[in-house]
Design a protein around this ligand. Structure first.
Ligand code: PAP
Length: 346
């Protein structure tokens, strides 16, 4: 971390970046979950599965969405009004969402909260408390909390690109940052995370992902939707890969800042501001914070904050899959992504 004094923010930086969601919205209101009405009829007509024999999912417009969050998708499609400056972080589950939330918040809010400040919000709040998860908010009928946020709003979703309403998918004033991850590592991460609420056999989760019947699956369609959108509108959709970010975190932070319209100045760079943000948001820093050691959050499921920070590394799949399993998943993704220009093969 830099020991120099915090440099003057770049001229292009927002005077006020996003504010921590929890500071505006208050504590999570899981006593007042009022799913939007008139969804029941639509949901009752959809194909339904019980993922791992327990978590009911519906197939809606090609995507498998967990029962609790489907009302949110419908409500979001119907009533979300983008505002200039909105930033939507999108990802399949377990692909680096928590990290991307922390980095984006730290980048965009750096004028108000320099990354080395002792009172930085990320030192007292989990990244999921700083950046709202709209799938849950809309499902709980608490989307008014989004309206209460000052601009620029920073939020996240696990929705497929095909589920985004046209107002979001083509709005020139709304930016989307997508992060994906090597599928075998994603699956391993999903299994460990899932085990914190419902222990299951790795092979059962493996089969579900291979069949495309996993949370927010099929994952290949999830990735392809945003990949194509990023190719069609690179100024609106930034496509990031977890592995590349781990390899080059400082360059990734600078790329992200540039895309978000708040690039670092030469002074910022010399002062080590991008590196300070990388350090603040690193898994080691995050893991060591009291809020992430002991806290829990989530409207429909209370997830321990510590379960969001496990290894934060690449290649852990070798400890969980046979070579045959790995080959099978690789083959499925290669087949599904063929011709797209995107590949997870090394
Ligand atoms: P979510 O979809 O439930 O929000 P998400 O944050 O996308 O989860 O994924 C969690 C993964 O990101 C974990 O990977 P692992 O299980 O393979 O270890 C977690 O460790 C990793 N992760 C979380 N924070 C960071 C970070 N600051 N740097 C790098 N990786 C991180």
């Amino acid at each position: 971390m830099s020991t120099m004094t915090t440099p003057t923010p770049s001229a292009s930086c927002f005077l006020v970046g996003p504010v921590p969601f929890k500071d505006v919205a208050g504590p999570e209101d899981d006593n007042h979950i009022t799913p939007p009405e008139e969804c029941g009829h639509i949901i009752s007509t959809l194909p339904t599965i019980a993922f791992l024999g327990r978590f009911v999912h519906h197939q809606y417009q090609g995507a498998w969405v967990i029962h609790e969050r489907l009302p949110g998708v419908l409500s979001f499609q119907r009533s979300f009004t983008p505002r200039p400056g909105d930033v939507l972080l999108a990802s399949p589950p377990k692909c680096g969402t928590t990290w991307l939330k922390a980095l984006s918040f730290a980048i965009m809010a750096r004028a108000a909260y320099p990354p080395t400040a002792g009172d930085h919000p990320l030192l007292r709040l989990n990244p999921h408390e700083c950046v709202p998860f709209i799938d849950d908010l809309f499902s709980a009928g608490q989307d008014a909390k989004l309206e209460a946020l000052p601009s620029p709003r920073l939020m996240n979703t696990h929705m497929h690109h095909s589920l985004l309403p046209a107002s979001v998918a083509v709005d020139p004033n709304l930016k989307v940052v997508y992060i994906c991850r090597e599928p075998k590592d994603m699956l391993v991460s999903m299994w460990h995370f899932g085990n914190t609420i419902h222990p299951c056999d790795f092979s059962d989760m493996f089969e579900s992902v291979c069949e495309g019947k996993s949370p927010d699956g099929p994952i290949w369609d999830h990735v392809l939707g945003y990949w194509r959108a990023s190719k069609a509108s690179p100024e609106r959709v930034l496509f990031l890969r977890y592995e590349e970010m781990l390899l080059n975190p400082v360059e990734s932070v600078m790329k992200l800042a540039g895309f978000l319209g708040v690039p670092f100045s030469a002074v910022d760079e010399v002062a080590g501001l991008p590196a300070d943000i990388v350090k603040l948001c690193s898994i080691d820093t995050m893991k060591g914070l009291q809020v992430n050691k002991t806290g829990a959050s989530g409207l429909f499921y209370k997830f321990q904050h510590k379960s969001y920070f496990r290894k934060g590394a690449t290649g852990d799949w070798v400890n969980h899959m046979t070579p045959e399993m790995a080959q099978r998943l690789d083959d499925i993704f290669e087949y599904k992504l063929r011709g797209s220009g995107l590949s997870f093969s090394s």
